[in-house]
Design a binder for this molecule. Sequence first.
Ligand SMILES: C[S@@+](CC[C@H](N)C(=O)[O-])C[C@H]1O[C@@H](n2cnc3c(N)ncnc32)[C@H](O)[C@@H]1O
Length: 351
Amino acid sequence: MTRNALVKPQTDPTPIFEHFRGNHGSELLTAAVAHFDLFGSLDRAPCSLEELAQRLSIQIRPANVLVTALRSMGMLQIDAERLQLTDLAREHLVPGGAFDCGDYLGLAAQNPSVLQMVELLKSNRPLGSDASDGGGAAFIYRDGIASAMEAADTARHFTLALSGRAKNVAPLLAEVADLSKARRLLDVGGGTGIYTYALLQKNPNLQGILFDRPEVLKVAEEMGQHYGVMDRCELVSGDMFAAPLPEAADAILLSNILHDWDLPECEALIDRCAKALSPGGQLMIHDVFLNDTLDGPLPVALYSASLFSFTEGRAYSAAEYRNWLEAAGLRPQPVVATGVHCGLLSAIKPA
Ligand SMILES: C[S@@+](CC[C@H](N)C(=O)[O-])C[C@H]1O[C@@H](n2cnc3c(N)ncnc32)[C@H](O)[C@@H]1O
């Protein structure tokens, strides 16, 4: 029987995703207290994010992930452009204070997951990307890194894993995305293709193109047969950073893609998509969004730590995306929520 990608679940699975990602809060807090003396250091001298990164001998991406999480937890705040302790952190997390609970948090200092997080923060390299780890990094492929998306078994494993989120959120994306006038949708890094299959089912005149790595597209093709839309969907394999993107799309979807990449790749990919888009068309960023002030929401800050661990990215704010979109000549529209902390930020290419 043909599957319907437009049917919504009866209950909201968001709490399940939040609990699943909750371990990163404990890892980051323990790392800050027991491995980096972050609270002692900021108590002695508040400083900027860049100065803190230097003090802790970590790069700016891990510093961003760590500080965003601690700000979201109410442990740090920004005052006069410097990172400062909140009253809570000053009373309970500065070593030697009357009510310091650092020793208690130290109970987890040698937990394997905390040690792994400390190592990731120091190395700024995703899990699996070292030749010694084997397997390759999940979800990302670019020249120069070992990628799990290139081998049949690991590509299949990681691609199918994401269907657990896609099948819940795709009906909500299809509900809010206006593709009534679009003819050709290009889904860059489409994975299983479930978001495109939902959009094709919702818009009977739409043609789809799924662009991804070859082993991923094998899974997408299999999945697409269940949704009965493959007569309107083309599969194109390539490297989204290097290969020419299929032309004449009047909608391009980047669903859960940019959060896998660091700033230069995000800017480059948005620019490539903006150039490939037909005049009047829309680039649709479907992703999570941090507050523009980078101090929450906590579930997104903890998901950012997960993205940081697996990929070369992190969660970004809508303000960060708007800057890149405007620099690429696009006109960003307001973010519309979909599900599981995701939202749609569309940007129009002037006609
Ligand atoms: C996090 S997944 C997102 C999948 C899907 N869009 C979703 O929302 O579930 C990232 C996808 O980007 C693809 N990808 C990563 N690097 C790529 C590259 N350089 N060229 C093409 N696809 C790439 C991966 O194979 C993977 O399917």
